[in-house]
Write a protein that binds this ligand. Structure first.
Ligand code: SF4
Ligand code: SF4
Length: 276
């Protein structure tokens, strides 16, 4: 089963839950929070393998280009622009859609591979499974492309936990799409509940089985009331505890350091999936 862990609000505890579930299920862990992956801090993988990920990027042959500007006019991402008698590429905006090459009447555009990031993978003795980490190249805007590339590597025969990016943008959708179950982690504060409602709209559109976990909770009342309006209830609630923060600061997986959390998450999952 592929489980995606997401949260509308950053800092809700997505990685805490994702690494705990990877531990409980002995699942491969995919860190798709490619802007700031930090799951490895808890999983401590070893025997790293690294692969650079490339995407095609246009290259303009100046000897063939007559500066007609067609490519710049057609590019939907404003990655090409014409200045005087030359066309320039802002590579951080390019989405490798191939349109400029199609519209160029001079055949002046070809493609060259450009690095957008890398995928590192290693063995975690803490989970007994693989940890796969996506690293977006600094300055690159191609997070969604990198996530989609890593998602294609998921082995459907093995349990997999995806630690998705926070928020409700294209990157979050790319991390949700392959999921057979989505776990939405909510910090039950006004800010956290607001962002949760945005994520719920996406999940309804994608029609994904859903489990909601409140984290860092002091009072679930407002969250429970808002969820009731949607016909939903939290499957588990993890209280705000100083011991949990100390454990996370020490780089421990919460389900490993606190047996109560192990049982709580395991029970929530078992109730949802009907598995032991
Ligand atoms: S490949 Fe697409 S996004 Fe990139 S420069 Fe060409 S038209 Fe624009
Ligand atoms: S469409 Fe081709 S010829 Fe026209 S400006 Fe772009 S690269 Fe140059």
């Amino acid at each position: 089963m592929i489980i995606s862990i997401v949260s509308g609000k950053g800092g809700a505890g997505k990685t805490t839950i994702a690494t705990s579930l990877a531990h409980i299920l002995q699942a491969d862990y995919y860190d798709l929070d490619v802007d700031a992956p930090n799951g490895e801090y808890f999983l401590q993988p070893e025997n790293w393998q690294t692969e650079t990920v490339f995407q095609p990027q246009p290259k303009i042959d100046k000897s063939l280009c007559n500066a007609c500007g067609a490519c710049a006019r057609e590019c939907r991402f404003n990655a090409l622009y014409k200045l005087a008698d030359r066309v320039y590429l802002n590579d951080s905006l390019c989405h490798s859609c191939n349109l400029c090459r199609e519209v160029c009447p001079q055949g002046a555009i070809s493609y060259k591979p450009a690095a957008i990031g890398s995928v590192r993978s290693g063995d975690s003795s803490r989970t007994g499974a693989r940890a796969i980490i996506g690293d977006l190249r600094i300055g690159s805007t191609r997070a969604t492309a990198l996530i989609q590339r890593i998602v294609r590597q998921i082995d459907p025969q093995k349990p997999a936990v995806i630690d998705g990016p926070p928020g409700n943008s294209c990157t979050a959708v790319a991390a949700i799409k392959p999921a057979e179950l989505v776990i939405l982690v909510v910090e039950p504060t006004p800010f956290g509940i607001h962002d949760m409602l945005q994520t719920l709209k996406i999940l309804k559109n994608l029609n994904k089985p859903l489990l909601i976990i409140a984290n860092k909770s002091q009072d679930d009342g407002p969250l429970t009331a808002v969820l009731a309006e949607q016909g939903l209830t939290p499957a588990a609630s993890i209280p705000l505890k100083i011991e949990h923060h100390k454990s996370l600061l020490a780089g421990e997986i919460l389900s490993q350091s606190d047996p109560k959390i192990y049982r709580l998450l395991q029970q929530a999952l078992t109730r949802k999936t009907g598995t032991e």
